[in-house]
Write a protein that binds this ligand. Sequence first.
Ligand code: SF4
Length: 110
Amino acid sequence: MTKLPPHPKNAKGDFYVEDGCCTACDLPREEAPDLFRYEDMHCYVCRQPSTDADVVRILNAMEIQDLDCIQYKGNNPYIIQSLKQRNLESCISSNMQVLWAKLKSKLGVR
Ligand code: SF4
């Protein structure tokens, strides 16, 4: 699936919501209301997970999200393994994919 650039309001870190991906499901806030904010019909990561419990909740949010808007671009083997076990491979991005998505967005290419 084509990757979209990160939403500009995401908190800096490895978890992010793609910009322009939204169907306004607002489901992540049900699972992790302190990690996601919903504004202008779009959610974004307002705080990166800082504990193991946070990580579990953001993974749960990724499992119930409407599309694959919430992405992980980090290298933590536990998180990557957990995403694979949940069949969420499509939510794993490389830094190169993120850079490419940003460049395409700047150039107006989809
Ligand atoms: S998970 Fe996706 S569809 Fe649901 S509110 Fe967030 S950006 Fe929108």
